[in-house]
Design a protein around this ligand. Structure first.
Ligand SMILES: Nc1ncnc2c1ncn2[C@@H]1O[C@H](COP(=O)(O)OP(=O)(O)OP(=O)(O)O)[C@@H](O)[C@H]1O
Ligand SMILES: [Mg+2]
Length: 187
């Protein structure tokens, strides 16, 4: 299997930054390109669309479009701040939708060979091993998913410190997949 294009999902969190660092290290070694994607979560807007007081006052379509535009600029900035090695080619992409579904769909459309995510994101509830976005992407992606856990400290750490996994096998392989002591069983 060749990894020519690597999709990195970001919610601009610390775990996503670690995922980017790992993906950049891989990209440099494999001469792969990075596509860094932020999905604007549009689920809350279904509710807003049903509020009669908003009708005629708020153009939800325009709102989402500007959120998406802003997300794209934010990814650009986030990428610039990450100061990846110059040989790593990375582009910023923003999309709208349900995050996990949109990540998987983007991987298909952009023909990514690998998806890299943090095991957690902005909510980062420490009792949870996997955030819901990471969980759903691992379960539904047609391409392998590499998840970078909270103990990973940097791009140059030994390869064994990240949990690499092929799609649905993610939660049962690698160090990041081991449940913490006292964690409830994962469904
Ligand atoms: N909106 C998004 N767009 C792109 N990538 C995302 C998005 N949200 C999360 N991710 C990716 O998924 C990883 C895991 O985030 P996830 O949202 O699953 O965890 P969480 O925020 O801790 O939990 P939850 O969202 O379920 O409360 C992040 O590190 C990031 O790589
Ligand atoms: Mg989240």
């Amino acid at each position: 299997m060749e990894f020519r294009k690597i999709l990195v999902g970001t919610d601009f969190s610390e775990p996503a930054a670690r995922a980017l660092a790992v993906a950049a290290g891989l990209a440099a070694r494999l001469d792969a390109r990075l596509v860094v994607l932020s999905v604007v979560d549009t689920r809350g807007l279904d509710g807003a669309a049903m509020v009669p007081e908003l009708a005629g006052h708020v153009d939800l379509g325009a709102l989402v479009a500007s959120l998406e535009l802003a997300a794209g600029r934010r990814v650009e900035q986030w990428l610039a701040e990450a100061k990846l090695p110059p040989e790593v080619r990375a582009i910023a992409v923003a999309r709208r939708g349900v995050p996990a579904e949109t990540i998987v769909q983007a991987a298909r459309e952009l023909e990514a060979d690998l998806i890299v995510l943090g095991t957690m994101g902005r909510s980062g509830l420490s009792r949870l091993l996997f955030g819901s976005v990471a969980d759903k992407v691992v379960r539904t992606s047609p391409v392998p998913v590499l998840t970078v856990g909270p103990k990973h400290s940097g791009a140059t750490a030994p390869a064994g410190s990240v949990a690499a996994s092929e799609s649905a096998a993610a939660r049962s392989s690698g160090p990041a997949a081991a449940p913490p002591p006292g964690a409830p069983p994962q469904s």
